[in-house]
Design a protein around this ligand. Structure first.
Ligand code: SF4
Length: 244
C-alpha cells in the first residue's frame, strides 16, 4: 500500500504510479483512506518497487497507521464547511509525530468540516465534525468528537458522540486517546473493544473534559482562529456544489 498524506497526490506521483502499474503488472486501487493499493505483486518485486515509490515520495510508512488521518476538503474548497478539516488533519498528524505515536496500528482518525460526513467521521475509531462554538462573546472553530465507529464484516457501528472541543484542543484530545489505547490495549484487541471496557465514548469524554475550555481572546487569540487562517474565525456558508 502506498500512503498519500491527506490524500494529496501530484500529477508527477500519478504518472509514477501509472508507470509502476504498467511495468510491474500491478492493479492499482484507491482506498477510502485516500491511499493506493498495488495488487498482484510478487514478493520478489518489492525490492524494486521500494526505490520507485521513494522517488515519487510515496514510500513513507503511513497507510493504515495512526498518522493516516483522513479529512474532507473542508473550508479549503467546500462552501458548506464550518471548519478547516484539512488543517486539523495536518495538526493531528504533527501532534502524533511529536508524541511518538504516529505509527500506532489499529486506530483510524477521520474528520469532516461539517455534519455531512464526507470525511466519514461516523465510521472512524476517532471522528470529528466541525461545529461553530461561542465563547467569551466570540465565534470560535470547534469540533464534535466521536468514538468507536467501524465497518465490520457483518455489521456497521456508527461512532458515538463523546464531547465537543475547541478546534485547537482537538490534536491534544486525539493524542491522549491514541496514547491511552496504545498503552492499555491487550494483544490483538481492537479499538472498539478497548473503548467498551474503558467506559465507552461517554466514559472517555469525562476523562477529556478538561480540554473543552476556551481561554479568553486576551489569554489566547489562537483559539479564535481556525487552522491555516490568519484572521478571526467566521462561519460563512454558501451554496452547495456537491451532492450534499
Ligand atoms: S459538505 Fe462534505 S466536504 Fe463539505 S465540509 Fe461538509 S463534510 Fe466536508
Amino acid at each position: 500500500m502506498a500512503w498519500s498524506r491527506l490524500g494529496d497526490v501530484t500529477a508527477e506521483q500519478f504518472r509514477g504510479v501509472a508507470a509502476i502499474s504498467r511495468e510491474f503488472g500491478a492493479e492499482v486501487r484507491i482506498t477510502n483512506r485516500q491511499n493506493f493499493i498495488l495488487r498482484g505483486l510478487s514478493e520478489d518485486q518489492l525490492i524494486e518497487l521500494y526505490p520507485r515509490l521513494l522517488a515519487i515520495g510515496m514510500a513513507e510508512p503511513g497507510a493504515e497507521l495512526s498518522r493516516d488521518v483522513v479529512a474532507c476538503p473542508g473550508a479549503d474548497t467546500c462552501n458548506l464547511a464550518v471548519t478547516q478539516s484539512r488543517g486539523l488533519a495536518s495538526a493531528i498528524g504533527e501532534a502524533l509525530e511529536a508524541a511518538g505515536l504516529a505509527e500506532v496500528e489499529g486506530v483510524r482518525t477521520n474528520i469532516s468540516g461539517c455534519t455531512n460526513s464526507c470525511g466519514q467521521h461516523h465510521i472512524a475509531d476517532i471522528g470529528f465534525f466541525g461545529a461553530e462554538r461561542r465563547a467569551h462573546g466570540r465565534s470560535a472553530p470547534g469540533y464534535q468528537m466521536l468514538l468507536g465507529g467501524y465497518v465490520g464484516q457483518e455489521q456497521i457501528e456508527f461512532a458515538k458522540t463523546a464531547l465537543r472541543v475547541p478546534a485547537k484542543a482537538a490534536p491534544e484530545a486525539t493524542v491522549r486517546v491514541v496514547r491511552r489505547f496504545s498503552e492499555e490495549r491487550e494483544l490483538g484487541e481492537q479499538f472498539q473493544q478497548w473503548l467498551e471496557r474503558s467506559g465507552g465514548a461517554k466514559g472517555v469524554a469525562v476523562w477529556l473534559k478538561d480540554l473543552d475550555v476556551f481561554p479568553t481572546p486576551e489569554e489566547n487569540e489562537d483559539f479564535y482562529v481556525d487552522f491555516g487562517e490568519t484572521g478571526p474565525y467566521e462561519k460563512e456558508l454558501g451554496e452547495s456544489e456537491c451532492a450534499v
